[in-house]
Design a protein around this ligand. Structure first.
Ligand SMILES: [Cu+2]
Length: 327
């Protein structure tokens, strides 16, 4: 009897040791805790005032910045009053945590108004990822953001740069997402048409003078729609992570006078190649290297414009801003 117990105990211990070695990740990551509140607010991302969904008052929401192997905890409160929410972590594999993928109706029940939900998952691969709402048309209403996963301390990518930055491209409609959803599911079908503006990091510029009766909602002097400025130090190299979460538009992104070297696509390193403009489709991410090697006494436009469609959508513009008087 004692012998029998002893051999079972040995087997049990061996099993424990095996399980421990298999399941404990090789890289001991940190825990990154985020506390978010999701709500509707009037915003003027392209100078036209409209309801948008924000996280902690912002759209795009806060960036998640982590290192490979870290555990991300997002505790979020749904303060939308009448709508459910779920948030999908786009490109994150959710190994061992499929229930935190955030696809409403597939991997979880939606989070009800007033409720708080906690997502907890490990970012197991370095790269550029996104997050966005996965309920109704809330992504189009502004509920999205970026996820940047860098390598653990002491490891470096197969390319070099001085600073790391992220931007998200999106398209923006002035019509409400409710009106769009009703039209798309009506008989006869009502098409949403072309977006009014392209946004770079949540900012665009609509030509208010083209509006009739709604002109009062549009104000180009509103500081909310001043273009996003990416400030750079002369001669430094920037890794710029670019993601697109458009609803309809395929985009071409470029920075006046600067080449971009593509080094990563959708979380995978690529053989570096140089481009003047980057074609990017919804759901894609790219990392490019840009060296601030032009005349530092002026600034340069970054632009995102619609390709492959006949549209009169206002281009997205941002400023590639040389740090003033930097030696
Ligand atoms: Cu997605």
């Amino acid at each position: 009897m004692v012998v029998f117990l002893g051999s079972n105990l040995m087997k049990f211990l061996a099993y424990c040791i095996l399980v421990c070695f298999v399941t404990v990740p090789l890289v001991e990551g940190r825990v990154r805790h985020y506390k978010w509140e999701v709500k509707y607010e009037f915003k003027s991302p392209d100078c036209y005032k409209k309801l948008a969904i924000s996280i902690n008052g912002r759209s795009p929401g806060p960036s998640i910045i982590a290192q490979q192997g870290d555990t991300i905890i997002v505790e979020f409160k749904n303060s939308l009053l009448t709508e459910n929410v779920a948030i999908h972590w786009h490109g994150i594999r959710q190994i061992g945590t499929p229930w935190f993928d955030g696809t409403e109706g597939v991997t979880q029940c939606p989070v009800l108004p007033g409720d708080t939900f906690v997502y907890k998952f490990v970012v197991d691969r370095p790269g550029t990822y996104l997050y966005h709402a996965h309920y109704g048309m809330q992504r189009e209403a502004g509920l999205y953001g970026s996820i940047r996963v860098s390598l653990p301390d002491g490891e470096s990518e197969p390319f070099s740069y001085d600073y790391d930055r992220s931007i998200i491209l999106s398209d923006w409609y002035h019509t409400s997402t409710y009106e769009q959803a009703a039209g798309l599911s009506s008989i006869p079908f009502v098409w949403v048409g072309e977006p009014h503006s392209i946004l770079i990091q949540g900012k665009g510029r609509f030509n208010c003078s083209t509006l009739g009766i709604e002109a009062g909602l549009c104000n180009t002097t509103n500081p909310e729609c001043t273009p996003y400025a990416l400030t750079v130090i002369p001669r430094k190299t920037y890794q710029l992570r670019i993601g697109s979460l458009t609803s309809l538009s395929a985009l071409s992104f470029e920075i006046e006078g600067h080449n971009m070297t593509v080094v990563e696509a959708d979380g995978h390193y690529v053989e570096p190649f140089v481009v003047q403009n980057l074609f990017i489709y919804s759901g894609e991410t790219y990392s490019v290297l840009i060296t601030a090697n032009q005349d530092p006494s002026r600034n340069y436009w970054a632009s995102a414009k619609v390709v492959s469609r006949n549209s009169n959508t206002s281009n997205g513009l941002a400023i590639f801003n040389y740090y003033p008087n930097h030696p």
